[in-house]
Design a protein. Structure first.
Length: 314
């Protein structure tokens, strides 16, 4: 792997108090005025951007990355502490991070770069924080895309029953035992082998990035809050609705970067999004999997930088 953009020095790392919860974040190139926020995927953390931060900092950006609540070194609250965890909550977290951490330094709009779940959070922010967001790079974007606009809405009673079922199911489902077995049986490594097309890029550091948060005592309660939250969230937090809303203004340029060997979120979904929303630009990365930014960082960085550089709004 080309390590030219690997961080050789330590980021400026901090903990930020968000609504009483400790949130881990770091910044590279803090003296620069053009802010980027990197948003990690499910099960990962800000450390997953290990091959990207330095590149963008050297190009003149202030590169922020934070552990979304429930992940990495951030707090892992459960349903009793925070309620449901979904992309709406994480969007609120990003919003307050912008206001409290970034705004004292610069008034420039924010570039959001996300991987998987982080892409969904970035899309959510682009809709609900649109006056703050300059552009979004999503690599890739999860969530099923609905095309039948005329289908009848689910009966409210059925919807409530469905949500109640998920709440009860995840309350009784033994997530503690599942997480224990995931760790003991080496399922994390198997999962990474499925996510990455280039298997030689899976090193000990990457395994630790995903594995260590799972070992924390609070991991299962936070995972439960996520399972309930993501399975019962409102339609207004789903990608189909969010893309439709963004289509109405088209004020936030949107780039999809998709590995053609992605086994988790197949490329056909990216093509479907680009076909339905012509203002979305899709770039396909050959021979790369679910985490292009870590698997092909040099290519990811260069494509992202050139796209941002050439934005008419920048």
């Amino acid at each position: 792997m080309d390590l030219i953009y690997r961080l050789k020095d330590i980021d400026e790392s901090n903990y930020w108090n968000w609504n009483g919860f400790k949130i881990f974040w770091s910044v590279k190139g803090k003296e620069n005025l053009y802010p980027i926020i990197l948003l990690h995927g499910f099960g990962a953390s800000s450390k997953h951007w290990r091959y990207n931060k330095n590149f963008f900092a050297k190009k003149g950006y202030a590169v922020y990355s934070l552990d979304l609540i429930g992940f990495g070194n951030s707090a892992q609250p459960g349903l009793r502490e925070i309620g449901k965890l979904d992309n709406g909550v994480w969007c609120n977290q990003v919003n307050d991070f912008i206001k409290q951490v970034i705004r004292p330094k610069t008034s420039n709009k924010i570039i959001l770069i996300g991987n998987s779940l982080g892409s969904l959070v970035a899309l959510t922010c682009a809709v609900y924080l649109k006056n703050q967001i300059l552009s979004v790079i999503a690599s890739p974007l999860p969530d099923p895309i609905q095309t039948n606009e005329n289908k009848p809405k689910l009966n409210l009673i059925f919807e409530k029953l469905k949500n109640k079922f998920f709440e009860i199911f995840f309350e009784v489902f033994p997530l503690e035992i599942i997480l224990f077995l995931i760790n003991k049986l080496g399922i994390i490594k198997l999962g990474l082998y499925s996510a990455y097309y280039k298997k030689d890029h899976i090193d000990k550091e990457l395994i630790d990035i995903v594995r260590k948060p799972v070992l924390r005592d609070t991991a299962s309660r936070s995972l439960r809050a996520m399972c309930v939250g993501m399975s019962t969230r409102r339609d207004k937090l789903k990608a189909s609705y969010l893309l439709e809303q963004l289509s109405k203004s088209k004020k936030v340029p949107f780039l999809l970067l998709w590995g053609d060997k992605d086994n988790f979120i197949p490329l056909f979904l990216g093509k479907k999004i680009a076909n339905l929303h012509r203002w979305v630009e899709l770039k396909i990365i050959s021979n790369s999997g679910h985490c292009v930014h870590d698997e092909d960082p040099s290519l990811f960085n260069q494509i992202s930088y050139e796209w941002i550089r050439d934005l008419k709004t920048f």
